[in-house]
Design a protein around this ligand. Structure first.
Ligand code: PTJ
Length: 252
């Protein structure tokens, strides 16, 4: 059954995202724990009201400007990211004229192949020619052990600014330790990546990317006003306030 078929369903967007993950799982693109990670994200999004809160909108603007003014920006993608928003990530890379690198936590040759071929098909269908890296890792991220450390020297290794949605905390910290500006997209404001990143957007991945694609680039004055601690606190406050108001609505 195609859950994605009925846009009039009140939970259409959520069903669409689940459907995308189901399709990707069948193609061998996802980690075994991909659905657990997604479920955690969904829970936070529910508490955030499934909307882009003002602090996330501002962080998105700051992130876009930071990427646009970087010397070597790179967008890093994992299995969930390709499944949920592969087209949007490619369109963003096209807008920024930068490469996209497949960099996965649970790395196997089979998954890498499935993800790279999915992205190449999307590139062709969208009629764009984004450079897709990850097939030929010739470098490692210092401080990480095993296959998750692998990356390309002309991609993640040389990047000065990286976009890492749904990133693992260890790798986020290792990238920051390399002196990179690390932009995180994560619905959980308490995660190690959210806290450890340089700029964090507490928003749902596909919603955030749609916002980024609509924004114009050019006014970098916002970047100086970004306050990391305040951004995370605003997301937490939003969750708490949202819960309180839901309860008071119920009492009335
Ligand atoms: O493809 P791989 O091998 O690199 O594995 C990818 C996953 C996501 C399975 C892996 O990185 C993982 O286990 O991630 P975690 O540690 O569960 O962290 C995922 C974070 O992303 C959690 O904090 C979730 O709240 C958040 N998250 C999940 N779905 C979304 C999200 N944030 C934004 N948008 C989402 N759609």
């Amino acid at each position: 059954m195609d859950h994605a078929a009925d846009p009039s369903h009140p939970r259409y967007r959520s069903l669409l995202m689940r459907h995308r993950l189901e399709v990707a799982a069948k193609k061998g693109m996802l980690a075994d724990s991909a659905l657990i990670a997604h479920g955690r994200g969904e829970a936070y999004d529910y508490l955030l009201g499934e909307t882009t809160i003002p602090s996330a909108d501002f962080a998105t603007r700051v992130a876009l400007e930071t990427l646009a003014s970087a010397t070597h920006p790179v967008l890093s993608v994992n299995g969930n990211v390709v499944a949920l928003a592969g087209d949007e990530m490619l369109r963003l890379a096209h807008k920024l004229d930068c490469p996209l690198e497949v960099n996965i936590f649970y790395r196997t040759p089979k998954r890498m192949e499935a993800l790279l071929s999915d992205l190449n098909e999307r590139n062709e269908r969208l009629g764009i020619d984004v450079e897709i890296l990850g097939a030929n890792p010739d470098a490692t991220i210092p401080g990480l052990k095993g296959p998750r450390a692998k990356c390309e020297s002309k991609g993640i290794l040389q990047a000065d600014v990286l976009l890492v949605p749904l990133e693992d905390g260890d790798r986020c910290e290792a990238l920051v330790a390399m002196g990179k500006t690390v932009i995180v997209i994560d619905l959980n404001p308490l995660s190690r990546s959210s806290r450890g990143g340089s700029i964090t957007i507490v928003d749902e991945l596909s919603r955030c990317l749609e916002n980024m694609l609509e924004m114009n680039v050019g006014d970098s004055s916002s970047t100086k006003k970004y306050d990391h601690h305040q951004t995370l606190q605003a997301a937490l406050d939003s969750i708490v306030e949202g819960m309180k108001s839901k309860f008071s609505e119920q009492k009335e």
